[in-house]
Design a protein around this ligand. Structure first.
Ligand code: CA
Length: 519
């Protein structure tokens, strides 16, 4: 795009989206994009009441729209962030794994800035290069830490006392207070939580440590009928949680490397104290205990996000910004919460691939609505651009969700989408795969193993029964394969770029000079 700023503004004035025209006003809406890291939709009560109450997040859906089928095109942190910023798939935006995003590339913040928006980015950036396209930014180095985190700007680095979710919110509200009032804003508020190692605040951690969390129906999945991929992955709650994950305390005499090795160990027996007496957990008892520990901490991190969303919504009300600010809540992907016996993400299975997507914009979205239209993370950038009245560049691969959010799903809206995950073996030995999800089915190809899985999502929403080899399903499998290769071609994934790890761009992540890392 080579539009001058004046061209952008002229185009913007001509191309006001339907929602704005219908609302009979020309003032462009503010966009507040709130994204957490690894927050599965089923850990938000707007989507499921099994695990947690999240009244503030739910409010976004009650006062706006809850999208039930928004998915990640490559379910892992850095690649999802790159897809959100560019509106492009990994093989086009150059970020298939944990490599750095090229800051010289166009991104949605640059387009919005050129269209006259004041642009802000606060929190977890995790793209391995400094943010570009923002009037102001302050981000965590790499993954960042939960307690007393360091943040950095283009020129300085500062440690803030307190809990990261509170601090990230504070930093954003301070920036919004000081923003230029003659411009609409585009603000990206990115939380670190509830990413591993799931360190809650002291207050919420103590509350959740006493709670008994319901087990998911697929916790004990035996993977019968499934491929080697799920059997061989190392993201299993029962086998792959470390002592650090489980918040076991290292003996006081251990230091440095020894202490670290102790913490990274995956225990098959654990000594705990019950009513002042020591007890050793093994076998089934230990498995159940590991699940509880994991979920207590994870959900306590989510509870802090919910509280802080409440603070942000109050601030918008107090500043009379409720009506014309689109507030979006999402996560860079979903997460396994013991589903299929797993934690982490990566797989194209529902719990990991689905992103929460709650949107409130009183001036343009009817409250209390829901949609099951298939959305993908590449749609976010085109959505913001349409909302701002700015043109959507032709090289963006997503499509604006704005009409869908307004209950006017276009007749030619997608009925399937393409997915591709590369990071194999990676930390969790998760097999690389690509696949297609339609309204009713999912077909997954683990290309290095030459193994397939196929699920009927209507009859088997929990994805337990692989029907790929079922003689009665061969016509369905054939149609899904055709759709998969049609979409692969449409997404321009024809050269299989990055298919082999030797072709990956060099992995990279900003590490603060102080090397602040999780202990
Ligand atoms: Ca993530």
């Amino acid at each position: 795009m080579t539009h001058s700023r004046r061209d952008f503004l002229r185009t913007a004035a001509l191309a006001l989206p339907q929602g704005l025209a219908a609302a009979g006003q020309a003032e462009r809406p503010n966009i507040l994009f709130i994204m957490s890291d690894d927050h599965a939709a089923h850990a938000i009560s707007a989507y499921s009441d099994r695990l947690i109450r999240t009244p503030n997040l739910d409010k976004l859906g009650q006062e706006g729209v809850r999208c039930d089928r928004v998915y990640c095109t490559n379910s892992i942190c850095t690649p999802s962030r790159a897809a959100i910023m560019t509106g492009q798939y990994s093989h086009i935006n150059g970020v298939p794994v944990f490599n750095a995003f090229d800051p010289a590339r166009p991104n949605v913040a640059k387009y919005l800035q050129a269209a006259g928006y004041h642009t802000l980015m606060i929190g977890k950036w995790h793209l391995g290069s400094n943010p570009t396209g923002f009037d102001d930014w302050e981000v965590l180095p790499g993954q960042g830490v939960y307690h007393n985190p360091i943040f950095y700007t283009a020129t300085e680095e500062k440690e803030y006392p307190g809990y990261v979710t509170d601090i990230t919110t504070d930093l954003m509200l301070q920036r919004l207070e000081k923003r230029p009032k003659d411009k609409p804003f585009f603000a990206m508020l990115h939380h670190k939580a509830p990413h591993r190692p799931w360190d809650p605040s002291e207050r919420l951690g103590a509350i959740w440590r006493k709670r008994q969390i319901a087990e998911p129906p697929t916790l004990w999945d035996d993977y019968a009928t499934r491929t080697d991929a799920v059997k061989e992955c190392r993201q299993k709650v029962f086998d792959d949680m470390t002592r650090r994950d489980l918040k076991l305390v290292a003996p006081g005499n251990l230091q440095g490397k020894e202490r670290n090795a102790w913490l990274q160990h995956k225990p098959d027996s654990v000594e705990i104290e019950v009513d002042g007496r020591k007890k050793t957990l093994t076998g089934m008892e230990l498995k159940k205990w590991k699940y509880q520990r994991y979920m207590q901490d994870y959900l306590a991190c989510c509870a802090s996000i919910d509280e802080n969303i409440g603070r942000v919504l109050e601030w918008l009300d107090k500043n009379k910004l409720r009506e014309n600010t689109m507030v979006i809540y999402t996560s860079d992907q979903g997460f396994f919460l013991g589903d299929h016996g797993l934690y982490d993400k990566r797989f194209m299975y529902e719990e990991s691939d689905r992103m929460p997507f709650l949107v409130r914009w009183p001036r343009g979205i009817k409250p209390g609505t829901t949609t099951s239209a298939l959305g993908i993370n590449c749609d976010f950038a085109p959505t913001f651009l349409e909302l701002a009245g700015a043109p959507v560049p032709a090289d963006m691969q997503g499509r604006s969700l704005l009409p869908v959010l307004q209950g006017k799903k276009p007749k030619d809206w997608r009925t399937s989408f393409y997915y591709r995950y590369y990071h194999d073996p990676g930390d969790h030995n998760t097999a690389a795969h690509y696949g297609v999800r339609t309204e009713t089915h999912k077909l997954i190809y683990f290309w290095r193993r030459d193994q397939w899985e196929c699920f009927d999502l209507v009859k088997d929403p929990q994805e337990l029964r692989n029907i790929y080899a079922d003689p009665a399903e061969q016509a369905t499998v054939k149609k899904l394969k055709e759709e998969l290769y049609r979409l692969k071609k449409e997404a321009k994934d024809t050269e299989d770029r990055f298919a082999d790890s030797k072709d990956w761009p060099k992995e990279s992540s900003y590490v603060s000079p102080k090397k602040q890392q999780n202990p």
